[in-house]
Every structure is written in C-alpha cells, then in structure tokens.
Design a protein around this ligand. Structure first.
Ligand SMILES: Nc1nc2c(c(=O)[nH]1)N(C=O)[C@@H](CNc1ccc(C(=O)N[C@@H](CCC(=O)O)C(=O)O)cc1)CN2
Ligand SMILES: Nc1ncnc2c1ncn2[C@@H]1O[C@H](COP(=O)(O)OP(=O)(O)OP(=O)(O)O)[C@@H](O)[C@H]1O
Length: 190
C-alpha cells in the first residue's frame, strides 16, 4: 500500500473504531499519569481532527493541577498555527473557551494569543511504528518544525493501538519521537 492509501485506511479505521470513546478515556488516564512529575511548564498540543485523540481535557487538568505553583512555574498550553510560507508550525497560548479562528486545513487556531515556546510537544499520529517513527497527514509540518527549533522540544506521539504499524519504514527526513503513548500505555521506548 502506498503512503496516501495507508493514511486514508488508518483515518477511516480510526473514525469507525467502535470503542473510540472508551479508548480515549484510557489514553486520557495514560496521559495524566505520564505527566505526573514531569518538569515541563509549556506544552504544545493540537486541536483534534479526523477522529484524533483529544489531549486538551487532560492537559487542562494538568494546567489546573499547577495553579498553586509560583509564577515562573505557571503552566501553559499551546496549539499549532500553520506558517504557510515556511510550512512550519508555531505554538500559541490556548485555554478553554479561548476565541478561535480558522487556520489552514480548516483547523481552529487561537485568535491573537501570545506565541509560546513549548518544551514538550504532543504529536498526533495517523500511524506509528517501531523506533518511535510516526506517520502524519503528509505535510511534513512536524519534521520541518522540529528541524528548526532550538532547543528542540521533547516529542511524545499520541495514537490508538489500531495505529500501530509493525512494518513502517521511516524516510530519511523522519525524526523519531522521544516517546509514544497509546490506550495501552507507554509503547515507546519499549
Ligand atoms: N489536529 C491536528 N492539528 C494539526 C496537525 C495534525 O496532524 N493534527 N498538523 C500536523 O502536521 C498540522 C496541520 N497539518 C495538516 C496537514 C494535512 C492535513 C490534511 O488533512 N491533508 C489532506 C489529507 C492528506 C492525505 O490523506 O493524504 C487533506 O487536506 O485532506 C491536515 C493537517 C498542524 N495542526
Ligand atoms: N526537515 C525537513 N525539511 C524539508 N522538508 C521536509 C522535512 N521534513 C519533511 N519534509 C517534506 O515534507 C514531506 C512530507 O513528509 P512526511 O510524509 O514525513 O509528513 P508527515 O510527517 O506524515 O506529516 P505531518 O508532520 O504534517 O503530519 C516530505 O516529502 C518532505 O519533502
């Protein structure tokens, strides 16, 4: 199967997962537990599309759990904004109820909020394979963004068990994720 057909098949399978809600709750739990004791204060996430797991409820709780921390440790969540010229992503502050506007691909982005520099990115996976390699929608946005960010943020892929591809072959520009979480727990590093 070529990459485009593989993407379509995985997105369709995800949209039709009969137990997607139960799996999403499992992954929310995995995410919350994984975040305990992590030192990050600014996390980049994403606004879910096409049946992607929604990381925002768990991240909002993470933010609230840090509300009593002193100012320098105040927790922030950023969402991607597409830079159409460079085909890269920047991250802008988001909070529940934040005014949104339409970005590229019809994805909502925060309206007029400040740019943030996340030290951790949660990256949505259409598919993922051994070694921390990820299949996205084919825009190359994450690879291109990570190739330019200094210092490079930690990257954690999120996906459902159904997205696991045993025989996924990365391309030379693909950078492996530092970790992958799915509804069964931490699946990379093994
Ligand atoms: N929720 C979410 N937000 C995100 C991303 C993502 O993967 N998920 N991105 C991660 O980069 C960036 C946007 N990149 C995207 C690139 C392509 C398509 C897309 O749907 N492309 C084709 C389908 C491609 C195919 O199936 O072969 C389309 O327009 O239908 C969507 C988002 C930033 N925001
Ligand atoms: N670091 C990079 N510099 C320049 N171009 C790149 C880089 N990384 C990827 N690309 C380009 O982007 C194209 C798409 O890459 P790929 O198929 O890996 O996307 P993806 O990871 O599935 O998508 P996305 O990150 O947007 O979800 C590649 O064909 C490549 O030409």
């Amino acid at each position: 199967m070529d990459k485009a057909a593989l993407r379509r098949a995985l997105v369709n399978e995800r949209l039709q997962l009969p137990d997607r809600m139960a799996r999403a709750e499992q992954l929310q739990r995995v995410l919350r537990i994984w975040l305990v004791d992590k030192p990050h204060t600014v996390i980049g996430a994403y606004w879910p599309i096409k049946g992607e797991f929604d990381p925002l409820p768990a991240l909002h709780r993470w933010k609230e759990d840090g509300e009593l921390l002193d100012e320098p440790l105040r927790r922030r969540i950023g969402l991607p904004v597409v830079d159409k010229v460079h085909k890269t992503l920047t991250f802008h502050a988001w909070y529940p109820g934040c005014p949104m506007e339409e970005d590229a691909y019809g994805i909502p982005k925060p309206k007029d909020t400040e740019a943030l520099a996340p030290t951790l990115l949660f990256v949505p996976c259409v598919g993922y394979g051994p070694g921390g390699y990820r299949l996205g929608y084919g825009g190359g946005f994450y690879d291109r963004t990570l190739a330019t960010l200094q210092p490079r943020p930690a990257t954690v892929g999120l996906g459902y068990t159904a997205g696991y591809l045993d025989e996924f072959e990365p391309e030379p520009h693909d950078l492996p994720l530092d970790a992958i979480l799915n509804d069964n727990g931490v699946v990379w590093p093994v």
